[in-house]
Design a protein. Structure first.
Length: 468
């Protein structure tokens, strides 16, 4: 058995039973000093003690050895980088100590920060007027995003389900559509047909459970038609798996859980169309050339970027990416994150970041090195993404997507190969957004920051009207 340290879980179990270390020691047949060593992770838990804990305290031994501290540690490190925490911040040793000795305090702190973040987002959406009812409740979008982030944007059970289905239905890339259509018909009795865009003005895909049919709009290009069939197949064939994954998601309402199921079905569709091992091998052999990867698997650029964020299988990780999609107004319409990049949490409204410039250069990949106010540095690439156009009114419904990673991984990407990574001048100083950005003398500032007052001198005019 590998060494198992359960200090915080053991301490919490003892406190729940209102026991001293001596009392717990008597129950387990060990010395009080040994209990103290276990609680401080100075001794590992033996199989005998694990079984004794399970028997005497009526707990599942798997709950005791489950280690969720790595995700919490990463989340803590990300949270304390927020500009609202000025001055000296705890180092990693202190953060680990907090997780070991005060896990519930850490849990409540992270919950409080989530409420704070959601509150700010809603204030910014509502403007400076009266606060709406329910302001302090976390939005479903934030809960689902956090659910994916807590799983490092990787769901092993869905990956295995997709791989097994590819083994059952082996096919070349150009045959996937036919294979999916045939399986839906033969296994589930579901027919698939394309419909004129004029007849489907409010939807691109409709699955009718009563008539056992899937209707696809002609507005969908081939990669998106295939993706939609894989999505429907997941909802039909793996509904129990989706329920199992979301059982502990914290999504209490039916609509919120349905929203999460949609995102998980999208995950499955990507995993089926772009199997993990071949996809990762292709990504690394091409230095993460998204155009080449998209061609190999016959998928869209956006689907490729989304899939790249999921390469977090233990023992076979790819570059940890964040992914963001924004519209022309700067609204974030999709986000996935396996890094500490704050913009994937708050949005992409900083005009210094070239994700917005991509609208002016359709189809061109724009690389950029960026630095956040806390000093963390990232490499990003931005590109436009087209939406289905079915008539004159829907032309140029273009979005912009951004894919990025921490600076240490930039050397693995071909898009960064031409740059001198030691050149300090190439970093664009961006912020989360103007409401939360503490940078002074930024020529692009559009709002007064929430947490600080910018200096104002009536005798001079600064870079913007907010400071001088």
């Amino acid at each position: 058995m590998a060494k198992t340290f359960v200090g915080s879980q053991l301490r919490q179990l003892r406190r729940e039973h209102h026991q001293t270390q001596a009392e717990m020691a008597a129950v387990l047949g060990i010395s009080p000093g040994y209990v103290n060593l276990l609680e401080n992770n100075q001794r590992s838990l033996s199989v005998r003690l694990l079984m004794a804990l399970a028997d005497h305290y009526k707990v599942d031994w798997r709950d005791l050895v489950r280690d969720e501290t790595s995700n919490q540690l990463a989340e803590l490190r990300s949270v304390i980088k927020d500009p609202m925490f000025s001055g000296a911040v705890p180092d990693i040793v202190e953060l680990r100590g907090a997780l070991d000795h005060a896990p519930r305090l850490v849990e409540q702190f992270l919950k409080l920060y989530d409420i704070h973040r959601t509150t700010l987002e809603r204030i910014m959406r509502q403007g400076a007027g009266r606060l709406p009812e329910g302001l302090m409740a976390s939005s479903a979008e934030a809960v689902i995003h956090d659910f994916f982030r807590d799983h490092s944007n990787y769901f092993h059970s869905l990956e295995i389900a997709a791989e097994r289905l590819r083994m059952i239905e082996p096919c070349d890339t150009d045959d996937v559509y036919g294979v999916l259509k045939t399986r839906l018909a033969k296994v589930h009795g579901i027919t698939v047909r394309r419909r004129p865009a004029e007849e489907m003005t409010r939807a691109l895909r409709v699955y009718d459970r009563e008539s056992r049919s899937v209707e696809l709009s002609e507005a969908l290009d081939h990669p998106n038609q295939v993706f939609q069939l894989a999505h429907v197949l997941c909802l039909v064939e793996f509904q129990d798996l989706l329920e199992q994954i979301t059982a502990d998601s914290g999504l209490s309402t039916g609509s919120n859980r349905a929203r999460c199921h949609v995102e998980l079905a999208n995950y499955f569709a990507a995993a089926f169309l772009m199997p993990y091992e071949p996809f990762l091998a292709m990504a690394e052999s091409t230095a993460y050339d998204i155009d080449r990867i998209a061609l190999r698997f016959a998928v869209s650029i956006e689907q490729t970027c989304h899939r790249l964020t999921t390469m977090q299988r233990p023992g076979a990780q790819g570059v940890p990416f964040f992914f963001l999609r924004v519209d022309k107004a700067g609204n974030v319409t999709k986000r996935f994150n396996s890094t500490s990049f704050h913009l994937a949490e708050y949005g992409g409204a900083c005009p210094v970041w070239n994700v917005h410039l991509a609208f002016r250069t359709p189809g061109i990949i724009l690389p950029q090195f960026v630095e956040l106010p806390d000093g963390s540095r990232f490499f990003t690439i931005s590109r436009s993404a087209e939406r289905p156009a079915i008539n004159l009114e829907t032309q140029d419904h273009r979005l912009s997507i951004a894919l990025g990673c921490e600076l240490q991984y930039a050397k693995k990407l071909r898009y960064a190969a031409a740059y001198n990574l030691e050149d300090e001048r190439m970093f664009a100083h961006i912020g989360i957004n103007c409401h939360l950005c503490p940078r002074q003398a930024c020529t692009q500032r559009a709002h007064q920051p929430v947490f600080m007052e910018l200096p104002i001198d009536t005798s001079r005019r600064g870079a913007t009207r907010f400071e001088s």
